[in-house]
Each structure stands twice: as C-alpha cells, then as structure tokens.
Design a protein around this ligand. Structure first.
Ligand code: FNR
Length: 186
C-alpha cells in the first residue's frame, strides 16, 4: 500500500505558479508515495456560522474526508500581505469547525513561494502558527520556500524547470515521507 499525500493550493488563479508547483510534486515523490490534489479552496463559501448551522457545505465535508483518509497533507501557497491568502484561511477556518477535526494529529508539510526573494517565508510562519490551533503535526526541515517562483515553474506543463529547486523540493518530499511514516498506519 502506497503512502497517500493530498495537496491544498492557496491560489485560485488559472495560471497559478503555486498550483504548478503543486502539480509538479507527483513527479518528485518517492516511488512508494501517491499524490492527489484536493478540490479548489475557491469552491468553499465564506465562513458563516449561520451557514454552518444549516449544515457544512459539500466542498468542506469532501475536503475533510480526503484529508482524513490521507496519510499527510502538503499546503502550497503564495503570500498575500505578509500572510496567507484569505481564501486559504477561509478553507482552514471551515475545516477547523468540523467535529472530527481533519487536521488533528495529521502530518502537514508547508511550501510557499513568491516572485520576490523572501519566498513567502512570512506567510509560511503564519501558516505554521494557524496549524498550532488545528493540532496538526507540522513538518520542520528542510523548508521549501521558492523565491523567483515565476521563473522556476512551467505553468502549462506543471513542472519545476529550475534544477536546484527540483532537488530541494524532492529532498523535502523524501524527508516528509519518512516523517509521515512515523505517524501513519503503514
Ligand atoms: C501579493 N504578493 C506578495 N508577494 C510577497 O512576496 N509578499 C507579499 O506580502 C505579497 N502580497 C500580495 C498581496 C496580494 C493581495 C497579492 C494579489 C499579491 C505577490 C504574490 O507573491 C504573487 O501574486 C503570487 O506569488 C502569485 O502566486 P500564484 O497565483 O501564481 O500561485
């Protein structure tokens, strides 16, 4: 049985460089690992406790089910105003309200990028903080922060074109897969 990781993307843009990075992971994971992209966070309505009282939206319960069934989660996101994009935070807020918390005890890897040199580092540390309340087991090193991401991925092909980036992302995935195995039923 393969290790199963699911990927959550924090950008809605059709030509998102982070979605391209997310799609590239399939070709970089160890052979015993399978990757699935989760549904778009854009399909989830704005968090509203009144809406929650009527029942969780299907996009939330489906995402939660996929996360619960997976051995680990990889979040790939850009940085907006030194933090996580609102659409991603909104998805995490919904997921955090479910009775069987999908992130509770779940191994999580964080990957950020930016066209600039700071590579989404500030968003990544905000995301790490959010994950504390979600009780996620957030993987630490080696970190993935991709500066100049717009020059390092091919958005049409969904691959990393920069060799050094491909290597450090693959190294992260190897280390994350070992981390996940320590907690999964495999
Ligand atoms: C940005 N961007 C940005 N970049 C950064 O490094 N730090 C930041 O704080 C911000 N802030 C920010 C706010 C808003 C509202 C937008 C729209 C953009 C640029 C951002 O890094 C860039 O749009 C994404 O990297 C693009 O990612 P996708 O959509 O290609 O995945």
């Amino acid at each position: 049985q393969k290790l199963h990781l699911v990927v959550l993307v924090g950008s809605l843009r059709k030509r998102s460089t982070h979605a391209a990075l997310a799609r590239s992971l399939e070709g970089l994971v160890p052979p015993d690992t399978q990757i699935t992209l989760l549904g778009s966070v854009g399909d989830i309505p704005h968090y509203d406790a009144d809406l929650q009282a009527e029942g969780f939206p299907a996009a939330v319960t489906e995402m939660a089910h996929a996360i619960r069934s997976a051995d680990g989660v990889i979040v790939v996101t850009p940085e907006y105003n030194y933090s996580v994009p609102g659409v991603l935070k909104n998805a995490l807020d919904w997921l955090s309200r479910l009775p069987e918390a999908p992130f509770g005890g779940k191994p999580v890897s964080l990957m950020t990028g930016s066209p600039g040199p700071i590579a989404g580092a500030r968003a990544q540390y905000h995301l790490r903080q959010i994950m504390v309340f979600l009780d996620a087991l957030v993987f630490t090193k080696p970190e993935v922060m991709v500066g100049g991401i717009n020059t390092k991925v091919d958005v049409d092909a969904g691959v990393i074109t920069d060799e050094a980036t491909r290597t450090f992302v693959a190294n992260h995935l190897n280390a994350f897969a070992s981390f996940v195995k320590r907690f999964s039923r495999l």
